[in-house]
Design a protein around this ligand. Structure first.
Ligand code: FAD
Length: 428
């Protein structure tokens, strides 16, 4: 047995019930992490992991484009919490108990070497999510976690001192403690069985999506990327920065995904119809851009405006933006009128598009909303409404921007719940 610290050993000695029965509902990242943790700390307890599907860890398998962006190279709990538009405040405390570095050590100690990419994302060296999936499966098997597939839990009833679970098309199960790790659900009705227990549900809406911008000319720019740009949602006074990618349906890339995450709820309310303003030069003001354009007019005199890409923008994008600023075709720099220079400076720094709809980002998407965080103790992940009931992962109203943060929330909350379920009281 590995990885039991002295303080945990002390806790274990205090446990009254060595043969506790624990049900973990949901065989995803959070459920597996919690199951392994509970079984490691208390091998004599019975841990049953119930998964509604025919396979476990499905999202881990497809995550990060099949590579699994397991966590992020940010090692300060306060700084890390900033990446979570929902749950950051609560997670800060949880991160001080189980952080990104702990996640790395967990996998590396179990034979999965990890690597950090230049943007801070951490992947298995194998670039294959199977390394992470197999590690979790092996660990669960070795520790003796019982995994039941095709076991959809339909309802959960509170009994004196325990719980009764109904598994669809099968038997009922009586246990002492239950962890809900069922992930996000797109519909509010998907949370009905949890609401029945007295928990408040924050209505779910999607997060991490790309913006649909109709128009053939933009479509022609498919594949063009600019790094960095500023993306502003003027109605929400929200600005994000980072790389932007033009796709055949509109805008994608980290700057867009970040704003979709920060404004997930507001954008759902306006049914994904809103204005977005792109500053292609990122933080260059209108007057600065105008000054530089005036400089080009002096230096480039007989060169065609259309032909010479400027400001390090890709050629195709430059041509598109010159057209968009309605600059006359074939005109030389020296012939540009003042108002044309101003129009171009404006297009470069405050280019307005109408967004009409969203598209799911296939690499990573999550649900904003879920179990209200006010009703969960983040030291233990235990419900404040139903003692003995615990929550971990995306079922909670927690979600983050892209970069490995969503898995980190699942590992941290799973770890805390797995630890707390097998003890009566955690030390502070
Ligand atoms: C395509 C894609 C790629 C992603 N890539 C990344 C990435 O690279 N990095 C990152 O940090 N995040 C990524 N994410 C987000 C990340 O996958 C999730 O945040 C994370 O999987 C949440 O883990 P979880 O255990 O809470 O939930 P899940 O992984 O959703 O697991 C929940 C499990 O519970 C089961 N279940 C649900 N209801 C019941 C029930 N009633 N009874 C029994 N079982 C039930 C489900 O079948 C499921 O297997 C990605 C998401 C997607 C969709």
């Amino acid at each position: 047995m590995t990885n039991i610290r002295n303080d945990e050993l002390f806790i274990l000695l205090q446990i009254p019930s060595l043969f506790m029965r624990i049900a973990i509902i949901g065989g995803g990242a959070a459920g597996f992490f919690a199951a392994c943790r509970a079984k490691l700390l208390q091998p004599s307890c019975q841990v049953v992991l119930l998964e509604s599907g025919s396979k476990v860890l499905s999202k881990v398998r497809i995550s990060g484009g099949g590579r699994c962006n397991v966590t992020h190279a940010c090692f300060d709990p306060k700084e890390l919490s900033i990446y979570y538009p929902r749950g950051g405040k609560e997670l800060r405390q949880a991160f001080s108990r189980f952080m990104t570095g702990d996640t790395m050590a967990w996998f590396e100690d179990r034979g999965v070497p990890l690597k950090t990419e230049s943007d801070g994302r951490i992947f298995p060296v194998s670039d294959n999510s199977a390394s992470i999936v197999n590690c979790l499966l092996d660990e669960a098997r070795q520790l003796g976690v019982e995994v039941q597939l095709n076991a959809m839990v339909d309802s959960l009833d509170v009994l004196p001192g325990g719980f009764q679970l109904s598994i669809r098309g099968s038997n009922v199960l009586q246990v002492d403690r239950v962890l809900i790790a069922t992930g996000g659900h797109p519909k509010l009705s998907g949370f009905d069985w949890l609401a029945k227990l007295g928990h408040s549900i924050i209505p779910p809406v999607p997060s991490l999506f790309t913006f649909n911008v109709p128009g053939q000319r933009l479509k022609d720019l498919m594949g063009v990327s600019v790094n960095p740009v500023s993306v502003t949602l003027p109605d929400l006074q929200l600005t994000t920065q980072g790389p932007l990618l033009i796709t055949h349906w509109g805008f994608s890339g980290p700057a867009i995904l970040k704003s979709s995450s920060l404004a997930a709820r507001e954008l759902a309310t306006c049914q994904y119809t809103f204005k977005v303003v792109i500053d292609w030069l990122n933080e260059v003001t209108f007057s600065n851009a105008l000054e530089q354009l005036q400089g080009f007019r002096k230096q480039r005199t007989s060169a065609r405006v259309f032909n010479g890409p400027s400001f390090n923008l890709p050629r195709r994008l430059w041509e598109f933006l010159v057209h968009r600023a309605t600059i006359r075709d074939g005109i030389n720099w020296s012939d540009l009128r003042k108002e044309e220079l101003e129009r171009l400076a404006n297009t470069l720094t405050a280019d307005v598009y109408q967004v009409a709809g969203k598209t799911t980002f296939k690499e990573e998407f999550v649900t904003c909303g879920g179990i209200s965080l006010k009703e969960v103790d983040f030291k233990t992940m235990e419900s404040k409404v139903v003692p003995g009931l615990y929550f971990a992962g995306e079922v909670l109203d927690i979600d983050a921007v892209t970069g490995g943060f969503n898995f980190q929330a699942a590992w941290t909350t799973g770890y805390l719940a797995g630890s707390a379920m097998v003890v009566d009281k955690l030390s502070d």
